[in-house]
Write a protein that binds this ligand. Structure first.
Ligand SMILES: [Zn+2]
Length: 138
């Protein structure tokens, strides 16, 4: 698994002017981020003239959220990228943002986060604790 920092080193152009709002030390979503950026790498290698920029990587309402802009990609590849990003976001609702263990969406003082039992702070309450959702890979 590659950390976000290494992706930035590997593809500095992708991250020109991007905002990274994942808290330092939170490495639980590395695999999910890898899946999105590995797919982007494949798609861009098929479209060497295309422009691709990550505008923001953040946790939004508890979930991994990646924003990007692009120019010159075929519609089918744009759909593929969006789909992969969507799956990563859905999966992130079940992966602890800090350590990567199986986790639930929960809240502390109405601030949403995805935490496993070990990483949840005192007072944090799971929202989907009794609900299992599985997302299948297309
Ligand atoms: Zn954890």
């Amino acid at each position: 698994m590659i950390s976000l920092k290494n992706w930035i080193e590997k593809h500095p152009k992708w991250f020109e002017q991007s905002r990274i709002d994942i808290e330092g030390g939170h490495e639980g979503w590395r695999q999910l981020i890898d899946d999105v950026f590995t797919a982007a790498e494949q798609i861009l290698s098929d479209n060497p003239g295309a422009l691709f920029r990550i505008t923001q990587v953040k946790e939004k309402l508890g979930a991994l959220t990646i924003y990007f802009r692009h120019e010159g990609l075929p519609a089918a590849d744009v759909d593929r990228l969006r789909g992969i990003k969507f799956i990563a976001r859905e999966r992130s609702l079940h992966v602890c943002e800090i350590c990567g263990a199986p986790a639930n969406l929960g809240a502390l003082d109405s601030c949403l986060s995805v935490r496993c039992g070990s990483c949840a702070p005192a007072g944090w309450l799971a929202i989907y604790g009794d609900r299992s959702r599985t997302i299948s890979n297309p």
